[in-house]
Ligand binder design. Structure first.
Ligand SMILES: [Zn+2]
Length: 177
């Protein structure tokens, strides 16, 4: 393998979301011809909306709007395959999910959200990355080439919030050759 230069990343944006985190990925099938839906739709929807709103606030981006299916955004006239603040750029994401601490968890020492109640970490990642795509910050999840996800209890990590939510740091590659 040739000696490739070491990647240099720059922090592009920090998005702070408040709300109760929900995972995405558990699908229930509703029966023949009735399609499928997310098992936890009721908690997932407000969480996804909170991420989208926080992303808009932090970046000024907007979601792709094309009701007449013209292939360009009705708001900014950008073509669909170019739409997104960091569209088509190698992007890294560091996601810290602050989940509610159960009343039964120790109060005076650090503990970890390892019960099913705290949701699988990849389902948390899926909810965040999908919402970032929908918000117009990135074009598609597939452009994420580097991903760190952690879940913590409030105030128990430098990137933990003091109440449930998430801090999402996005990095873009400097000078992708
Ligand atoms: Zn647009």
């Amino acid at each position: 393998m040739s000696a490739l230069p070491i990647d240099t990343w720059q922090q592009a944006v920090v998005i702070t979301v408040h709300g109760t985190p929900a995972g995405q990925g558990q699908i229930s099938f509703l029966g023949k011809g009735r399609g499928a839906r997310h098992t936890n739709e009721k908690s997932l929807k407000p969480w996804r909306n909170a991420i989208i709103q926080a992303a808009h606030k932090a970046t000024g981006a907007h979601g792709y709007i094309d009701p007449r299916r013209t292939g360009t955004c009705a708001l900014c006239r950008t073509a669909k395959d170019q739409h997104g603040l960091y569209a088509n750029i190698p992007t890294g994401a560091e996601i810290t999910i602050t989940v509610p601490k159960p009343a039964t968890a120790p109060k005076r020492r650090r503990s970890w959200p390892i019960t099913r109640y705290s949701t699988d970490i990849d389902h948390h990642a899926r909810a965040v990355l999908d919402s970032l795509s929908q918000s117009g910050v990135i074009k598609d999840d597939s452009q994420i080439v580097d991903l760190t996800v952690r879940k913590v209890y409030p105030a128990e990590h430098p990137d933990a919030l003091d109440r449930p939510g998430a801090i999402i740091r996005l990095y873009t590659l400097v000078d992708p050759a």
